[in-house]
Design a protein around this ligand. Structure first.
Ligand code: HEC
Length: 123
């Protein structure tokens, strides 16, 4: 085989690979439950936080609550709780900080407790 023939074979291989690569259908991606997984053309979108912040009413302290209380778990952990008295919410937030090391300073923690009492407090 002379030098040119080797080149022709290499070019043919390359063209073949490109054509095959472009036309070969993409592998099917495993489908997750519909509400967490959306197919948009070649894009797959996944909702990593199934509890949208809008599920919580507007009130002072909401920004702090949304920012800090969704760091480790879904906000469903909070929305699925019954309405608690202020003492229970305070204990709950204290537990997140003391036991699980949530990075929340005491001023912010007070704001969050006030928010929880306002929107999910037992009347
Ligand atoms: C540093 C991580 C972390 C942060 C930040 C955090 N939590 Fe938690 N939270 C946990 C862990 C761990 C659990 C227990 C999970 C389990 O048992 O499945 C939990 C559980 C809970 C529960 C379920 C009841 C219970 O006591 O186990 C509630 C309610 C809760 N968190 C509220 C909050 C609130 C409100 C905030 C914001 C102030 C918050 N969490 C921030 C780690 C965190």
């Amino acid at each position: 085989m002379n030098k040119y023939k080797v080149h022709i074979v290499l070019v043919a291989c390359f063209v073949g690979l490109v054509v095959y690569g472009c036309n070969h259908p993409q592998q099917e991606v495993a489908k997750a439950p519909e509400n967490t997984f959306t197919v948009k053309g070649s894009l797959r979108e996944m909702d990593l936080n199934p509890s949208p912040p809008t599920a919580f009413p507007e009130h002072e302290g909401k920004r702090e609550f949304i920012s800090y209380c969704a760091i480790c778990h879904s906000l469903n952990y909070i929305s699925s709780q019954p309405d608690f008295p202020a003492k229970t919410w305070e204990a709950e937030v204290t537990k997140m900080v003391a036991k699980y090391h949530a990075p929340i300073d005491s001023v912010t923690a007070k704001k969050i407790v006030a928010y929880l009492v306002a929107v999910k407090g037992k009347k």
